[in-house]
Design a protein around this ligand. Structure first.
Ligand code: ADP
Ligand code: ZN
Ligand code: ZN
Length: 768
C-alpha cells in the first residue's frame, strides 16, 4: 500500500499541516507528489495537494483506519523539491501549509469542485479553461490526383483554400459555409490530413523597440567576465551559492545573465529569471527572446488567465527551459533549474504582501540549496541585507559572494548628478515645480534634439506637513520621527507613540514652522498633470510630452504604446511616477530630472532613506546610456541628506556609513529581524484586547533572551481602514532567530477570536 501525505486546502491555523491517506491501487499510477486530489474529511470531501508519498505506513497511525484518497483531480503541479520548499515557507513565514503550497499550483486553478450529476466524478473548476487545442487541416500528396465531384462545390473551395498551405479548421469554417463537413469527407478519402496543434497563448510580446534586439556584444567588459566566472563556479558547485552582481546602472548585468543562462542550458539545466513586475516590459522580455527564442516562457500578472496557464504549462512540459517573470514565477514548475536570477534584488516588490508573506530572495536562496543550483542577485543598489551577507561571506550555511561591475561598457559614462536645494529656490522667489537649473537643462536638451525623463515621486505624497522655506517637517519630540498629517481634524499624529497635536498648537500656537517660523507650511506634493502643464509652458511648442502614471497606463498595452511613442519621437520629454525609474534603456536620453526627491524620506519606515537612495540611483541611471553624456538634476528640500549627497557624488559608501550606523543604533535590519503582527476588527475594544494578548504571549516567550524586543501594541499608521480598527505589535529579534516559530506560536495561542483578523509578517517591509 502507498500512503499519501495531503495538505488540505483549508487555510486556517486550526487545520494546519498534512494529513495521511491511503492511495488505492487504481490511483497509484497517476497520483504523484504535486497532484491535486479529493479526500474525505469527516463526512465531507475536500480538495488537497499531495506533498509526500511513502510505502511505509505513517508512524503512530493504524493502517487499517487510514481513509483512502477519493479521486485524482489534477496532474502534478510541483515535485518533491518544491514540497520541501513549501514546508520550509510555512515555518519561516508562520503561515498555514496550505497557503505555502498555493503559489506552486497551476495558475487559474480554483479549489472549487463540481460534478455534472450525482454519482459522476468531481472535477476542478479551472479559470483558464485549461489548454486550448486547435484542429489544423492541410492537403496530403494524394490531393494532387483528386478531383472533387461537380456537385461538391464546398470540397472544391476547401481544396483551393488549402492549396495555399494548412489552415485552422475554424478559420476555414468562417469563410466557407459547410467547410467542417467537407473537411471530414476529404479526410476520409485521404486527401486532407487533420492534426491537432496546441495553441499556446501569451507567447507573443511583439515590440518595435529597437533596443529589445540588442545584438550580442563583441566583447565582455572585464567586470562582466569576472562576474560570469564567479557565477559559472557557483553553477558548477551546485550547492546553492549566492552571487551578488553589484553593477552600476547600464554596466551590462543583463548581458551577464544571458551568458550565464546559456551556460546553464549547455549543462542541460534550466533558468528562472525574476524581474520586478514594473520593469517586465516587452523591451526586457525581447532581450531574452532574441537570445533563447521559444525556449522562453513569460509569466506576469498582465497576462490573462489562459495565457498564464499556457506559459506555465510550457514550463511543466519541459518545452520552455528559461522562465522570465515577476515574483511568483519563482514557483514555476521548471524541472531542473541550474540558475535562479533575481534582477533588482533590492526591490520591495519581491516581498509578497498577502499570505504567504514571503520574500522571493529568501525563498530563492532556500530553493537554490534544495535544488543544487546557483542564485544570482543583481542590482546597482543592493539591499543592505545582501551586502551584509556578502561581507560575512556566508549566510545560513551557504556562500555569498559579491562581484562589482563599477563601469559601463564602451564610451558610456555614469551621468553627472546635481542636487538642487528647493528651499533656496523658494527663498529666491521660485514658485514653479521646476528649479531654474532644471528648466534651463530641459530647454537645452530638447533644443539639441535629445530626450529627457522627469520623475515625480508619488510615494508618501501629502502625508506630512512641510515648510516651503526651510524644508522642515514637524517631528515628534518624543520619538524623533516625522509626524503624519491628517487632513481630517487638521492634526499631526505620531505613529510610534500615538501622541497627537492640532496643527495650530504645534509646537506652540504663535508660529507655523518649528524651525524658521515661516508661515508657508503645507501638505506637500504636486501631481503629474501639473508637471505636464508647467512643462508645456516652458518648452517650445511642438515638443512631445508623454505622461506615464497610473491614469495613463491603465489599459492593457498602454504602457508599451507610450514607450514606443517616446522611442519613435525625435526629441521628447517623458514625465512619470516612479514606474519610469526602472529598466528603460533609451540611449538618446541625456537628461533625467527628479521633481521631488524627498517625499519618501519622512515616511515612518526605517527603509525610507534606503528606498530613496535606490530610486534616485536607478532613475539617474536612465541618463547617458548611449554615446552622449548624461546629466541628472535632483530637486529636494533636504540637500544635506546622506542619500542626496551619495547620489550626487556616486559615493555609495557615504550613504552606507550613515545608514548602517543609524540602523545599528536603532536595532533595525540588517542588524536584527523584524516581525509585524497586525490585528484588525470592527470593534475597537476587541481589537485592543486581542493585540494586547498577542504582545503579552510573545513577551512571555522571549523574556530573558538576548536581542529580542517587543514593541506595542500601538495603532497602525493606517489606524482605520474600511471601518476596521488596526493595531500592531512589532518584534525585533536577533538575525539568526526563529522569528517565524515564535510569532506563529503566539498567533496560534490566540486561537480565532470572533471578529478579529490577524496577519503575521516576518521580515516585514510594509509597517503601515
Ligand atoms: P544593466 O542590466 O546593468 O542595466 P544592460 O545589460 O542593459 O545593463 O546593458 C546596458 C547597455 O550596454 C545595453 O544597451 C547593452 O546592449 C550594452 N552592453 C552590455 N554589455 C556590453 C558590452 N560588453 N559591450 C558593449 N555593449 C554592451
Ligand atoms: Zn512619538
Ligand atoms: Zn521653516
Amino acid at each position: 500500500m502507498i500512503y499519501a501525505s495531503v495538505v488540505l486546502d483549508i487555510p486556517t491555523r486550526a487545520i494546519d499541516g498534512a494529513f495521511d491517506y491511503a492511495l488505492p491501487p487504481e490511483l497509484a499510477d497517476t497520483v504523484r507528489v504535486g497532484s491535486t486530489v479529493l479526500v474525505p474529511l469527516g463526512n465531507r470531501q475536500v480538495v488537497g495537494y499531495v506533498v509526500a508519498l511513502s510505502e511505509e505506513p505513517p508512524a503512530g497511525i493504524d493502517p487499517a483506519k487510514t481513509k483512502p484518497v477519493s479521486q485524482d483531480l489534477a496532474a502534478p503541479a510541483f515535485d518533491e523539491g518544491a514540497a520541501a520548499v513549501a514546508r520550509w515557507m510555512a515555518c519561516e513565514y508562520a503561515c498555514p501549509l496550505a497557503d505555502a503550497v498555493r503559489p506552486f499550483l497551476a495558475p487559474g486553478q480554483k479549489v472549487k469542485v463540481v460534478r455534472d450529476a450525482p454519482g459522476e466524478p468531481w472535477r476542478l473548476v479551472q479559470d483558464s479553461t485549461g489548454a486550448v487545442d486547435e484542429r489544423w487541416a492541410g492537403l496530403t500528396p494524394a490531393a494532387a490526383d483528386f478531383a472533387p465531384k461537380k456537385n461538391a462545390p464546398r470540397q472544391r473551395a476547401v481544396i483551393e483554400a488549402l492549396a495555399q498551405g494548412p489552415q485552422r479548421v475554424a478559420e476555414l469554417a468562417a469563410t466557407i459555409p459547410g467547410a467542417v463537413s467537407a473537411v471530414t469527407a476529404l479526410a476520409k478519402r485521404g486527401v486532407v490530413a487533420v492534426e491537432t496543434r496546441r495553441h499556446v497563448r501569451g507567447g507573443a510580446e511583439a515590440t518595435s523597440l529597437s533596443s529589445a534586439q540588442a545584438p550580442r556584444p563583441k566583447q565582455l567588459t572585464a567586470g562582466q567576465k569576472a562576474a560570469l566566472a564567479v557565477i559559472d563556479a557557483a553553477l558548477e558547485a551546485g550547492a546553492g551559492d549566492v552571487v551578488l552582481v553589484d553593477g552600476v546602472t547600464g554596466s551590462g548585468k543583463t548581458e551577464v545573465y544571458l551568458d550565464a543562462i546559456e551556460h546553464a542550458l549547455a549543462a542541460g539545466r534550466g533558468a528562472l529569471v525574476l524581474v520586478p513586475e514594473i520593469s517586465l516590459t516587452a523591451q526586457t522580455v525581447g532581450r531574452f527572446r532574441s537570445r533563447f527564442g521559444d525556449d522562453v516562457a513569460v509569466l506576469h500578472s498582465r497576462l490573462s488567465a489562459g495565457e498564464r496557464f499556457d506559459q506555465w504549462d510550457l514550463v511543466r512540459q519541459g518545452e520552455a527551459r528559461v522562465v522570465v517573470g515577476a515574483r511568483s514565477a519563482l514557483f514555476a514548475p521548471l524541472a531542473d533549474p541550474g540558475l535562479i536570477i533575481i534582477d533588482e534584488e533590492h526591490e520591495g516588490s519581491y516581498k509578497q504582501d498577502k499570505s504567504p508573506r514571503y520574500h522571493a530572495r529568501e525563498v530563492a536562496a532556500r530553493m537554490a540549496r534544495e535544488r543544487g543550483c546557483a542564485l544570482v542577485l543583481g542590482s546597482a543598489t543592493p539591499s543592505l541585507e545582501s551586502l551584509g551577507r556578502c561581507r560575512d561571506g556566508e549566510y545560513r550555511g551557504v556562500k555569498w559572494t559579491r562581484v562589482a561591475m563599477p563601469e559601463r561598457p564602451g564610451a558610456s559614462r555614469l551621468p553627472e548628478v546635481r542636487v538642487i536645494d528647493m528651499a533656496e529656490q523658494f527663498r529666491g522667489g521660485g514658485r514653479s515645480v521646476f528649479s531654474a537649473p532644471l528648466a534651463d537643462a530641459l530647454r537645452e536638451t530638447v533644443g539639441r534634439g535629445e530626450k529627457a525623463v522627469l520623475m515625480l515621486n508619488r510615494r508618501g505624497f501629502a502625508n506630512f506637513l512641510m515648510c516651503r522655506e526651510c524644508g522642515c517637517v514637524p517631528e515628534c519630540p518624543h520619538c524623533s520621527c516625522a509626524l503624519t498629517y491628517h487632513e481630517r481634524g487638521h492634526s499631526l499624529v505620531c505613529h510610534t507613540c500615538g501622541r497627537c497635536w492640532p496643527v495650530r498648537a504645534y509646537p506652540d500656537p504663535s508660529c507655523s514652522c518649528p524651525n524658521c517660523g515661516s508661515r508657508y507650511m503645507g501638505a506637500y506634493g504636486v501631481g503629474t498633470q501639473r508637471v505636464e502643464d508647467e512643462l508645456r509652458m516652458i518648452l517650445p511648442e511642438g515638443v512631445q510630452v508623454i505622461r506615464m502614471d497610473a491614469d495613463t497606463t491603465r489599459a492593457k498595452g498602454a504602457h508599451q504604446k507610450l514607450l514606443e511613442a517616446f522611442d519613435a519621437a525625435d526629441s521628447a520629454v517623458l514625465v512619470g511616477t516612479q514606474m519610469i525609474a526602472k529598466g528603460l534603456d533609451f540611449p538618446e536620453v541625456t537628461l533625467v530630472g527628479v521633481i521631488n526627491a524627498d517625499t519618501m524620506l519622512k515616511l515612518p519606515d526605517f527603509r525610507a532613506a534606503e528606498r530613496t537612495y535606490d530610486l534616485l540611483e536607478q532613475v539617474a541611471g536612465r541618463a547617458g546610456r548611449g554615446e552622449r553624456p548624461g546629466q541628472v538634476i535632483v530637486q529636494t528640500y533636504w540637500a544635506t541628506h546622506p542619500a542626496m549627497r551619495a547620489v550626487e557624488g556616486h559615493d555609495r559608501e557615504l550613504f552606507l556609513a550613515s545608514e548602517l550606523a543609524e540602523r545599528e543604533d536603532a536595532g533595525y535590519p540588517p542588524f536584527s529581524r523584524l516581525g509585524n503582527v497586525v490585528l484588525w476588527g470592527r470593534s475597537d475594544k476587541d481589537t485592543r484586547a486581542a493585540s494586547a494578548k498577542v504582545a503579552e504571549t510573545i513577551r512571555e516567550n522571549v523574556t530573558g533572551q538576548a536581542g529580542w524586543e517587543v514593541l506595542g501594541p500601538t495603532d497602525c499608521v493606517k489606524a482605520r481602514a474600511k471601518d476596521f480598527f488596526r493595531r500592531h505589535v512589532m518584534v525585533k529579534a536577533p538575525v539568526d532567530a526563529d522569528l517565524g516559530g515564535v510569532l506563529g506560536a503566539a498567533a496560534a495561542s490566540l486561537g480565532a477570536p470572533k471578529g478579529i483578523n490577524m496577519s503575521v509578517d516576518i521580515d516585514a517591509y510594509d509597517m503601515m
